[in-house]
Write a protein that binds this ligand. Structure first.
Ligand SMILES: *Cc1c(COP(=O)(O)O)cnc(C)c1O
Length: 397
């Protein structure tokens, strides 16, 4: 199927809606997507309403915006609204599912080298607590998770496949659907960390076949910081007991008993950043309005263009792995540290970030790297910004 491109008009609309583009070349969308005016307006309007009429009263008045969060996220990933929970960030969303699995001694978790460090630390904690084992699958020749090795690692004790779709430190897009097919065949629970993929490329949980998916608001979705979401399919709901419950997650029956509320809302807690929930709903609908297939196509094209330009510079070494690559471009420059490259670009109002081994413990050290420059482009970025970026990045020492 041929995906149509975003038009010039679409891109200028996106830029008009992004006040920061007049200040900076923002190639740090994997850190935080540059704020969108409609999202800012929604958040500010709600905070103003809270100030004017009171927080509870404002939340009641904003019911449709709160509901639209669930329908928006459900449309983004192809599930039903009741399969979505609002959680304060992606890490806690992931935790609510992971720590809800009743692991037994000897159970095995399959994961890969792209796994987010916070997730991996949770595996280690579960190993210490319950005696689970971790099967770390190596990369294939392209640098993505090795599907043959993954298939071979599945055994009677395999309890979970945990995959990071797009790592925080690489252009790699892991083959989430192929992993899903393996999980389905083996009838193993499949947890996908979609933190960098949500808003960057199209996602469809039915096609991927994951039972659980976590995402953040602040990155490619361009929502407010301090927001995240969790998808738990109805089919997997009875395999995961929320590790914390409160009066939002439960229905009190009598002094001694309670029920969990139906569906994914049992993973929520009561108090929340209401303006953030509304804002993330707005951000999600904004992306859907342009079409995630078109946004994803442009992000990947701009990423490829930036990689191609950087590859022409002899002092630059690219580090992205993977058969399929997205908008995250990682590199190092001979003669300077990644932090120095970042500082030099920053002096020219160009935002990139540094991925260090501390956020890629099971990948970068294994490749003999302790840090990388990470430039992450979004659909609102332009070819002209890449040219201007290269004038600075390309005249490196
Ligand atoms: C950023 C990131 C997270 C954590 O997201 P938060 O919302 O900050 O908790 C998890 N996984 C990956 C792959 C990430 O890039």
């Amino acid at each position: 199927m041929i995906v149509p491109s975003l038009s010039e008009r679409d891109i200028s609309t996106m830029r008009e809606d992004t006040p920061g583009v007049s200040q900076r070349i923002h190639f740090n969308n994997a850190g935080t997507g540059l704020a969108l005016a409609p999202v800012l307006d929604a958040v500010k309007n709600h905070l103003d309403l809270e100030a004017r009429i009171g927080g509870y009263e404002a939340a009641a008045a904003a019911q449709s915006g709160l509901d639209a969060f669930y329908t928006g996220l459900a449309a983004l990933i192809g599930c039903r609204p009741h399969e979505i929970a609002y959680v304060e960030n992606a890490t806690r969303a992931w935790d609510m599912a992971f720590y809800g699995i009743d692991f037994r001694e000897g159970d095995r978790i399959i994961t890969g080298r792209a796994e987010y460090v916070s997730n991996y630390v949770a595996f280690l904690q579960m190993k210490a607590r319950k005696g689970i084992e971790i099967d770390l699958i190596e990369d294939d020749e392209h640098g993505q998770i090795d599907l043959t090795a993954l298939q071979a690692a599945i055994g009677p004790k395999t309890r979970l496949i945990a995959l990071t779709h797009i790592p925080t430190f690489s252009g790699l897009i892991n083959p989430a659907e192929e992993v899903g097919a393996i999980a389905a065949k083996a009838a193993v629970l499949y947890l996908l960390d979609a933190c960098q993929s949500a808003g960057q490329i199209p996602l469809n949980v039915a096609e991927i076949g994951c039972h659980i998916l976590s995402g953040t608001g602040r990155k490619y979705l361009r929502g407010p910081r301090g927001t995240g979401f969790l998808y738990v399919s109805d089919a997997a709901l009875d395999q995961i007991e929320p590790p914390f419950v409160d009066l939002q997650a439960t229905k009190w029956l009598d002094e001694n008993t309670y029920d969990l509320v139906p569906h994914a809302k049992r993973f929520e807690n009561w108090e929340r950043y209401v303006a953030g929930q509304i804002g993330l709903g707005v951000a999600t609908r904004y992306a859907i309005g342009f079409g995630m297939d078109r946004i994803g196509k442009r992000v990947c094209e701009l990423g490829a263009q930036l990689r191609a330009e950087l590859s022409k510079v002899s002092k630059v070494t690219l580090h992205d792995k993977g058969k399929n690559k997205g908008g995250i471009v990682t590199f190092t420059v001979d003669g300077e540290t990644p932090a120095q490259t970042q500082q030099r670009l920053s002096a020219h109002n160009m935002n990139v970030s540094v991925s260090s081994a501390s956020s890629a413990r099971i990948d970068l050290p294994a490749r003999g790297l302790d840090a990388l420059v990470r430039a992450s482009v979004h659909a609102f970025n332009t070819e002209d910004e890449i040219t201007r970026f290269m004038k600075t990045a390309g005249t490196l020492p």
